[in-house]
Write a protein that binds this ligand. Structure first.
Ligand SMILES: Nc1ncnc2c1ncn2[C@@H]1O[C@H](COP(=O)(O)OP(=O)(O)OP(=O)(O)O)[C@@H](O)[C@H]1O
Ligand SMILES: [Mg+2]
Length: 211
């Protein structure tokens, strides 16, 4: 069993959106997936309630309960655990990251988000857990070329020890539309651009983290 945590000290960077989408994608890929909602706001839990389906499975808990949650998940035969975390809670995020096999740090490409990322990369600096930054809610590429703001964000992020994922996730209304009724973008529009990006992100993570 492997565990992937999504952490970012800044709010609204896409932790929940990406945790949900990666969970659905991994499940479609044939894995037994458990989504763990450790955010007291319970956004992933609310999505799961709206979804009304058994899969991917979801439990709520806290970062400090992670050892017990993971032991129970292993005993139940889950192959992948994806942990959604709360913003502004370094202790809880650190506990989740420490218990994980890999950490994904979503950030928007805007300067205020990039300025804030040091607080998150510092959380994983003392851990031997591989981490990767993913740019989320980016302007969509034009003719397969990355927009300037995305290229600039990559350059700014090269100052940190944490690598940046080659796949950037675009800002697309499909994400909010899908989440409204408990779906993921691939279930809304299987051949859409958002679904293709999530598939690319999942395949990249799967390889890098040997998920
Ligand atoms: N790629 C995207 N395209 C369009 N909208 C997005 C995208 N990613 C996130 N959003 C929207 O941005 C908002 C914040 O996203 P989300 O809740 O996933 O962030 P978060 O990091 O989990 O926030 P919090 O820190 O409050 O838990 C939501 O309304 C979500 O629908
Ligand atoms: Mg969230």
């Amino acid at each position: 069993m492997k565990t992937l945590s999504l952490i970012a000290q800044k709010g609204g960077t896409g932790k929940t959106t990406l945790a949900i989408h990666l969970a659905v994608q991994a499940q479609r890929d044939g894995l037994e997936v458990l989504l763990v909602d450790t955010d007291p706001q319970g956004s992933a839990g609310a999505w799961w309630q709206r979804r009304g389906a058994e899969e991917p499975a979801l439990v709520q808990g806290s970062g400090t309960e992670m050892a017990g949650i993971l032991a129970a998940a292993g005993a139940r035969g889950f192959e992948l655990v994806i942990v959604d975390t709360a913003p502004h809670s370094s202790e809880q995020s650190h506990a989740c990251a420490r218990a994980s096999d890999a950490v994904l740090i979503p950030t928007r490409p805007a300067i205020l988000d990039l300025d804030a990322i040091g607080a998150t990369t510092a959380l994983v600096a003392d851990l031997s857990v591989p981490a990767e930054i993913v740019l989320n809610a980016c302007p969509p590429p034009t003719r397969a070329q990355e927009p300037r703001i995305v290229a600039e964000a990559r350059e700014a992020l090269s100052a940190y020890a944490v690598p940046v994922c080659p796949v950037a996730v675009s800002h697309r209304v499909a994400y909010s539309h899908a989440l409204i009724d408990g779906r993921a973008v691939v279930e809304l529009e299987a051949k859409g651009k958002a679904a293709a990006e999530i598939d690319a992100l999942w395949r990249t993570l799967r390889e890098r983290v040997a998920l």
